[in-house]
Design a binder for this molecule. Sequence first.
Ligand code: B16
Ligand code: MG
Length: 212
Amino acid sequence: MKYQCGIFDLDGVLVDTAKYHYLGWKKLADRLGFPFTEQQNEALKGISRMAALDLLLEMGGMSGRFSEAEKAELAAEKNQYYLEYVSRLEEDELFFGVVELFERMKKAGIKIALGSASKNARLILDRLHIEDYFDFIVDGTLVKKAKPDPEVFTLSADRLGIPYAECVVFEDSAAGIQAAKTAGMLAVGIGTRENLPMADYICRGVGEFEWE
Ligand code: B16
Ligand code: MG
């Protein structure tokens, strides 16, 4: 099988921003007065901001305590913490091998797309100066159905006219791996087999992936 398109998740795959999402949620949990661990954070990866907040409140035993307006404020508070970290993001926080892989794909005529749940994705691409590599960008402002729904990946494939079976998805979240598999795409998990049991392959980073 010759793969024609690579669809990349952003946070935790191209750049080490997944840790800033965790730190943002952790600050909010600290303020609300309950513990929140990195292992608990695995379930928040890849899902939308509001879905992540609901899960966090459930973990802290605070489900149903807040009105929708209060929840919007809590989500905005976490985003503020996150943006403070991201505003200091440096180009060297791009993961090892990303630019080299993009260069090899471009030379081979393989399309590159972004499939991120984040509403802050454009800002991060801009800070890292990698926006021009992408043939199509899907971010949290474009999708109607969040991961694990496959829309975040199928939108790019549809727009680029590439069959789903010829797309490779790179993802660090269980929700994103599930989305890729539902779409019938090859799912490369960035992380551990323990956290991403449904992935077709596991790599520690995209730099390890050998595009044939
Ligand atoms: P924002 P990705 C996802 O980005 C993150 O993994 C997830 O932790 C976050 O809740 C979600 O974006 C929404 O992000 O609050 O910035 O809109 O991994 O899909 O690139
Ligand atoms: Mg991610």
